[in-house]
Design a binder for this molecule. Structure first.
Ligand code: SF4
Ligand code: SF4
Length: 426
């Protein structure tokens, strides 16, 4: 990618509209860690006035890439792209931490990842307390880096190892494809299982492409552009083998959907051949709630379900869903049919997940950013928190557990599938 830091920096008129809502500025109120400050610094670097030393690395790694600033800025300045590109330069200079290299290697090699996770999962009960219902696990010991956090459950068999190929729910030849995303493939498999149950209830044929790869989001946010390039090209070449035979590719994860719909095209801008191929694929990509809401009779179906004593749910807007893809009314409309939806004071405020670096080397920032979110969730008195995103789930499940709040997380698709199942029982 060839990003023009000077152009982005000079376009910032320093109005400061983005500053009060910036996730990092709220917890570290220093001008350098604000969208305006980041843009000033990338411009200074381009002019040769700022060396990318360890201090600069530390500053640029503090951005949560929540895109709040982009959604607020009157000219939608791409602070997120500026950060991703400066992180690429930093990664070129300093290299990438060993554990991230291992993780990105696994993301590029699905079979090795499947084998490794399956192997590790055998020993998990020794080291972790497992909660299968919540699909989470907690270390038995407090270790540096691990800090008795709630982690997403690592399953012995991934979703794609259990399900692949064509599932015929209807005599029609029409079908959609499912891109599962790594969180729903390896950890929160109930999310993807729930989507299959919903598609079965709606009698929609589904193809689960067995050779799909990670969308590349974790590597993109960390500046590992070689991994991103490889993953996009692998996926595009594979998706082209079936794209003409399907109506849509649906994704139950906000981050993967935003990465594919928005960032694949931006990443490939200087490779016009690939850019065209990406555009063809992404024209058929939808978030699961978006597609179910707009293209199926799911609302009628859910209306026909009678639920006694609707449970209260509060919905958190993942940044990649609401700010990037403008998806927020769809999951609410689907949930509201069978649940009592209670809005928190600011559902659009970032949960503070922040990506691989913030969740590992800078976890203190993630903890601070989650606190106001936990408070607003508790104020609703809802016992269920929902969001169409595995990253928000990991971050908020951990923060709620640390707080002692009795709130469980459930993906909207899991809640919808549960309503359908309970209706069948009655
Ligand atoms: S992406 Fe989020 S954390 Fe980063 S500068 Fe913008 S608002 Fe702040
Ligand atoms: S809102 Fe846009 S123009 Fe104003 S300070 Fe922020 S980035 Fe600059």
């Amino acid at each position: 990618m060839n990003f023009d830091f000077t152009k982005a920096s000079e376009a910032c008129v320093k109005c400061g509209k983005c500053v009060p809502s910036c996730t990092i500025h709220k917890i570290n109120s220093d001008e350098v860690t604000s969208p305006r400050g980041f843009l000033e610094l990338v411009g200074a670097h381009q002019r040769g006035e700022l060396e990318l030393d360890k201090n600069a690395k530390d500053i640029f790694e503090k951005c949560f890439l929540c895109t709040t600033c982009v959604s607020i800025c009157p000219t939608s300045l791409p602070t997120d792209l500026a950060i991703e590109n400066i992180r690429f330069k930093i990664a070129e200079k300093f290299g990438i931490a060993w554990f991230k290299k291992v993780y990105f290697f696994l993301l590029r090699h699905r079979k090795v990842m499947d084998f490794s996770f399956s192997f590790i999962s055998v020993f998990l009960p020794v080291l972790f307390k497992i909660d299968r219902e919540a699909q989470s696990m907690k270390p038995r010991l407090s270790l540096p880096f691990v800090d008795k956090r709630v982690f997403p459950l690592l399953n012995r068999k991934s979703f794609l190892q259990k399900h692949k190929g064509y599932i015929k729910n209807n005599p029609d030849t029409k079908k959609i494809a499912l891109f599962v995303g790594c969180f729903s493939n390896y950890h929160y498999t109930k999310t993807a299982d729930s989507l299959l149950e919903i598609l079965k209830a709606l009698k929609i044929n589904v193809f689960i492409p067995p050779k799909q790869h990670c969308c590349g989001a974790p590597a993109f946010f960390t500046g590992d552009f070689k991994t991103v390039d490889k993953l996009i090209k692998q996926n595009v070449e594979y998706f082209e083998t079936f794209i003409d035979d399907i109506d849509a590719i649906i994704i139950p994860e906000a981050t993967c959907a935003a990465m594919i719909k928005e960032d694949w095209g931006r990443f490939m801008q200087e490779q016009p051949q690939w850019s065209k191929r990406v555009a063809k694929i992404t024209s058929k990509v939808f978030m699961a709630s978006e597609w179910l809401y707009a293209k199926t009779n799911i609302l009628e179906y859910l209306k026909s379900i009678h639920v006694e004593n609707k449970k209260s749910v509060t919905y958190h807007d993942p940044c990649h869903a609401r700010k990037v893809l403008k998806i927020f009314k769809e999951p609410r409309a689907l949930l509201a049919e069978n649940y009592n939806l209670i809005e928190m004071s600011d559902p659009n405020q970032c949960c503070g997940f922040g990506g691989v670096t913030i969740q590992s080397e800078k976890f203190e920032l993630a903890k601070k950013a989650a606190k106001p979110k936990v408070e607003m969730i508790k104020q609703t008195k809802a016992k269920i928190l929902s969001a169409e995103c595995g990253a928000c789930r990991m971050q908020l499940s951990n923060a709620l557990d640390k707080d002692g709040a009795e709130v469980v997380f459930s993906h909207p698709l899991e809640l919808i599938a549960k309503a359908i199942q309970e209706n069948k029982k009655n």
